[in-house]
Design a binder for this molecule. Structure first.
Ligand SMILES: Cc1ncc(COP(=O)(O)O)c(C=O)c1O
Length: 377
């Protein structure tokens, strides 16, 4: 049996919507992007959304919009995709890693205060695997120390912490619509914020700092445009937005399927003592972006290779960022500096999880994984 690690949920509606856009004049940022932004903001009960070409460029313009400068420090987690800390480096700032909570893999909120100093400008958290961090405590720390609070919500469209969604208490949340994400257009991103001034800045910064974009000018009488500040080029196109819009309507349904698959895995795998799981915080909604399980570090890579031989694709989310060559060489980190993140990075395997995955295939993955582990000491 062949089992993919991920599979998008793009169907008939998305294809119809895309074809309609392709028949229109403005296939770059235009009315469909605007509609996407309004619909996505509404989903989060937020005032504003800015559509982008991907999450990473969102990070770049976010820091510019909020005035993060070289020499500033931003507190973040080492347990994430490299994009989270790479955008901090691109802003000229320094990522200050704080170790994670072993039970969830999210940043350990209790360790943050001791890392704050005069250079600290922001806390940038990641809602790992789709589970929101404790944004209430984070907001309290940010407020007390006059820091900005940003959320990497690349995994967490559906997540809630005590009924709070990403973007509701922080200064901004960034989303990714990369190919593996819960809703996708291949590549894409968005920032959600309630700050009008930042929203206006982000709209300019995604288009070179130009004050009047092409589609807005095109249908009006000729007018000059000017450039107010130095921006990037990372606007979402109507092509991307047209693929995303129908998926927003299906978020609830797709999430329900993910949750069912997660529960089935849990039922099947919890029999095996050699597998452990991350816990869910009470009173929260988990987006179930990924299906991470932990096995003994010495067996982890063997298990991945054996699963592959049986046709099952898996991946690692993530090796701790501080252990990656560039970060190790630049900042002289030792593995033990963020020991919990380091251990997770050596033990974790993400199993296939996507709405179209049948429970029969979940049975097969579970049985195969248990058989492999039973043969290992
Ligand atoms: C946690 C996290 N942050 C950031 C990103 C970067 O997203 P993008 O590829 O849209 O730039 C990803 C994408 O995989 C991610 O998983």
């Amino acid at each position: 049996m062949k089992i993919d690690f991920f599979h998008h949920s793009i169907g008939k509606e998305e294809k119809k919507s895309l074809i309609k856009t392709l028949g229109s004049k403005i296939i770059s940022t235009g009315p469909v992007t605007k509609k996407f932004e309004e619909t996505f903001a509404k989903y989060f009960k937020a005032k504003y959304c800015v559509g982008l070409s991907n999450w990473t460029s969102g990070g770049l313009i976010l820091f510019k919009a909020f005035g993060i400068n070289p020499g500033d420090e931003i507190i973040t987690t080492p347990m994430s995709f490299v994009a989270t800390s790479n955008v901090i480096l691109h802003a000229g700032a320094k990522p200050i890693f704080v170790d994670v909570d072993d039970k969830t893999g999210n940043i350990d909120v209790d360790l943050i205060q001791s890392k704050i100093n005069r250079k600290t400008k922001a806390i940038f958290v990641v809602h790992l695997y789709g589970q929101m961090c404790d944004v209430i405590s984070l907001k309290r720390i940010a407020k007390k120390n006059k820091l900005l609070l940003f959320e990497d919500a690349a995994h967490c469209i559906e997540g809630k912490f005590k009924n709070i969604k990403p973007g509701q208490v922080s200064d901004a949340a960034i989303f990714s619509f990369y190919a593996t994400k819960n809703i996708t257009c291949g590549e894409g991103g968005a920032i959600v914020t309630n700050n009008k001034n930042i929203y206006d800045k982000l709209r300019r910064l995604r288009l070179h700092g130009i004050n009047n974009n092409f589609s807005e000018r095109y249908n009006k009488k000729f007018s000059h445009w000017d450039m107010d500040e130095l921006g990037y080029k990372c606007n979402m196109s109507d092509i991307q937005a047209s693929i995303l819009l129908p998926q927003i309507k299906k978020i609830g349904l797709l999430h329900h399927k993910r949750q069912k698959i997660y529960e089935h895995y849990l039922k099947k795998l919890s029999k095996c003592k050699k597998i452990s799981f991350f816990s869910k915080i009470v009173n929260s909604v988990h987006a179930r972006h990924l299906m991470p399980v932990r096995v003994e570090a010495r067996n982890r890579d063997i298990v991945i290779k054996e699963l592959e031989k049986k046709g099952i694709k898996t991946t690692i989310n993530y090796k701790s960022i501080h252990t990656l060559k560039y970060y190790k060489n630049t900042f002289k980190y030792k593995n033990k500096d963020f020991i919990k993140s380091y251990i997770i990075g050596n033990e974790v395997i993400s199993l296939p999880l996507y709405p179209s995955l049948s429970l029969r295939k979940v049975d097969y993955v579970s049985k195969t994984l248990i058989n492999i582990l039973n043969k290992l000491t």
